[in-house]
Ligand binder design. Structure first.
Ligand code: ADP
Ligand code: AMP
Length: 216
């Protein structure tokens, strides 16, 4: 079963493509962003601290994120895992490699979704997410068929993320370039990196990812 990483800056389209792979291939999406947003609602002191860090656009500490991933990974995935938004630091990448090796598994591909920074502001500030099923929309490029109603599950709970502001995006991008972009070199050196054009239409990006998976 293939295990893949979707790598790219905030707004690159990782969540959108991960959801499609869940629907089309029965893979399991492990989004650390989603897990942390869930932790935020837990009402614990840890949840409150995580919420503050996320709202500023900074990265949450490695230990918290690695712990969350290990917990979900232990539940297994018949169709393989999609790591979405993880790893984001070299320490996380090493932890992932160790976790896979410990379990007799391997990484099949790290897919870099290549986009222009200029496109990201428009993508992020137009994003809404269904609070019930996690479907991702965009006010302009991918609106819901009925305004305010999720196409997938019919929920009216369409939300904008607290960190989807131009201000927080500046910090998120800086965090990406300082801490996450070195992973492109890391996976290239391991012979696991494949780039796809993340500026193409959603269907075309999905087709490019399918090609990578079919070779894995
Ligand atoms: P990420 O998970 O990488 O932060 P998302 O998948 O949430 O990114 O996508 C960010 C925004 O961009 C969403 O509003 C989504 O609908 C939109 N989007 C995703 N992929 C594309 C694409 N290929 N073309 C245009 N808009 C896209
Ligand atoms: P995302 O949903 O992937 O855009 O992530 C939203 C926010 O969650 C990020 O800006 C970080 O604050 C936090 N986050 C998500 N994944 C990680 C990770 N792997 N390492 C550290 N922080 C993370």
């Amino acid at each position: 079963m293939p295990n893949i990483i979707l790598l790219g800056p905030p707004g690159a389209g990782k969540g959108t493509q991960a959801k499609r792979l869940v629907d089309t291939r029965g893979m399991v999406q492990l989004s650390t962003g989603d897990m942390l947003r869930e932790a935020k609602t837990s009402g614990t002191e840890m949840g409150r601290r995580v919420a503050e860090v996320m709202e500023r656009g900074q990265l949450v500490t490695d230990d918290i994120v690695i712990g969350l991933i290990e917990e979900k990974f232990a539940q297994g995935a018949k169709g393989g895992f999609i790591f979405d938004g993880f790893p984001r630091t070299l320490k996380q990448a090493d932890a992932l490699a160790e976790m896979l090796a410990r379990n007799g598994q391997a990484l099949d591909a790290a897919i870099e979704m290549q986009v222009d920074d200029a496109a990201l502001v428009a993508r992020i500030t137009g994003r809404t997410t269904c609070g019930n099923c996690g479907s991702v929309y965009h006010d302009v490029t991918h609106p819901t068929k009925v305004p305010g109603v999720c196409d997938a599950c019919g929920s009216h709970d369409l939300r904008r993320r607290a960190d989807d502001t131009e201000e927080a995006l500046k910090t998120r991008l800086m965090e990406y370039y300082k801490k996450t972009s070195p992973l492109i070199g890391y996976y290239y050196a391991k012979g696991q990196l494949t780039g796809v054009d993340g500026l193409a239409e959603v269907d075309a990006v999905a087709a490019a990812i399918a090609k990578v998976l079919d070779k894995a």
